[in-house]
Write a new protein. Sequence first.
Length: 251
Amino acid sequence: SGELLYGKVVLVTGASSGIGAAAGRVFAREGASVVLVARREKHLASLAEELTESGARVSYVVGDVADGEDMRRAVAHAVERHGRLDGAFNNAGIGGDQEPLHLMGDDVYDAVMDTNVRGLWNCLRPQIAAMLETGGGAVVNNASVGGLVAIPAAAPYVASKHAVVGFTRAAAEEYARQGIRVNAVAPGSTRSEITVDWYARNPGLEEAIHAVTPQGRTAGPEEIAEAAAWLLSDRASYVTGVVMPVDGGYV
Ligand code: NDP
């Protein structure tokens, strides 16, 4: 096990599957105390048990990022249980259906914006307030290559991820002098529940994405988690406001 995040208290949203679950494992391995947050309690409980057995300090909070009170409760839990909040990986997000925008229902727009944009807003505010109490911290938001360029047939998702990039840059600039760094990762195609579902419902999509990805493959979720861990660590002490593609060369 490593020491990149030794002694730090780090909260991860969307920790019940995919990139967030991988992040829980990587952050714990690197010495962090980890607070896992998502809606599906069974998944969180089994990951917390796995990590606790490996010797890590881990707890979980069942909550919906679209609910501001849930996210205040998650931050309060981190402070009460682990003493403070040093880092947050705001990773929870949904993809929404893949469809041309003129055919897409308002329900897709509402769900994607509530989770990916309002959800980030709900997370950032109590996290930053808690970090100001202790004189600093680091936030990493999970955007997407869809936060930097368009990806096909996912207009609300692309708009939501451009908003994640906007929040990242705005918060980085506002809090830089108060010791808080705010960065984002922008993953390309990554193995998770989102992509398993997208690729199953859209035959040929995975092959088409691989064809325009220089490395020609989908990432494992731990490859994204490793980049987030570095950005959260003190090794990235002069890095803020950056959106780091982790995309096999796609962008
Ligand atoms: P998964 O679907 O496997 O994971 C999504 C996670 O977000 C789950 O843990 C889910 O937990 C959680 N989540 C979703 N909605 C909410 C909510 N309302 N409140 C709390 N938690 C929520 O997919 P990924 O791992 O791929 O997704 C993680 C992030 O990575 C997303 O932001 C996604 O946009 C981004 N991303 C993914 C890419 C990919 O190719 N996979 C590429 C670029 C970005 P639960 O359902 O238990 O609440």
